[in-house]
Design a protein around this ligand. Structure first.
Ligand code: CO
Length: 256
């Protein structure tokens, strides 16, 4: 027995479980992959694309690195991007970071002594530029989470500025780039604004500097459903003689 034999045992159990209910499972898998989404996420062990999206193998093409950064000199991410768009014909690119990201936490710290600090430099630079504003957020956890959101918006912009994506849009490929954030504390994904689907939309995005001053309100599906439910209630027209009580504040009003 070697220390990792347990993983081989787990693998066998998994493969057998897959074929128990679906004997053709691996035969289908061996034929081809037709993923609909490209996921660019953090290497954090808690944020695995297939699990949090509830997808099977074969459904999402994945690139992960520390703090989900798009370095435009990174051959790895550029090759993934080109392969995803041109060969897999993926039309939805998801940049999904997460709250409590250790990479972002490192970028906000004073420690700058390892290779990872070179990797994190775009976030460090952004933090340095807006330090007065960000340090004014009294709670360190809130400050970190705000920076996690801002980083995703930055990477969406960097992705949308790559020649690969620009060329796809110019060729009329209906490519959408989504900026999402995952809550390790509740398992929910939140959208950070609308997807970017064209050069014109990219060019009309608020600058990342403006976003730091006016952040986007992250919206989970649960929150969207709640807002829609409230909207239904407020559109309710009482019948004649309906004895209604005073306003209960059902209108959700501006996002809080
Ligand atoms: Co992370």
């Amino acid at each position: 027995m070697t220390p990792l034999d347990e993983l081989f045992d787990r693998n066998v159990a998994w493969a057998q479980a897959k074929t128990r209910d679906d004997p053709d499972y691996f035969r289908r898998m061996a034929e081809n992959q037709r993923p609909q989404y490209l996921w660019i996420g953090c290497s954090d062990s808690r944020v695995t694309a297939n699990d949090v999206l509830g997808l099977e193998p074969g459904q999402v093409f994945v690139h992960r690195n520390i703090a989900n950064i798009v370095h435009t000199s990174d051959m790895n991410i550029l090759a993934v991007l080109e392969f995803a768009i041109q060969h897999l014909e993926i039309r939805h690119i998801i940049v999904c970071g997460h709250y409590s990201c250790g990479g972002i936490e490192r970028a906000l710290s004073e420690e700058k002594s390892a290779l990872v600090d070179h990797w994190l430099q775009p976030i460090v630079m952004l933090y340095r530029k807006h330090r007065a504003l960000l340090d004014a957020i009294p709670d360190p956890r809130t400050r970190l989470d705000r920076m996690c959101e801002i980083n995703i918006e930055l990477q969406v912009r960097r992705l949308a500025a790559t020649p690969i994506v620009e060329q796809a849009w110019l060729r009329g490929v209906p490519l959408a780039i989504h900026g999402w954030i995952y809550g390790v504390h509740d398992g929910l994904i939140r959208a950070l604004g609308a997807p970017v689907t064209s050069l014109a939309e990219r060019d009309s995005l608020a600058t990342i500097d403006a976003r730091i001053v006016n952040p986007v309100e992250p919206e989970s599906m649960l929150r969207r459903h709640a807002i829609e439910a409230f909207a239904d209630l407020t559109s309710f027209e009482p019948q004649e003689g309906f004895d209604c009580c005073p306003d209960h504040g059902l209108n959700p009003g501006p996002a809080s």
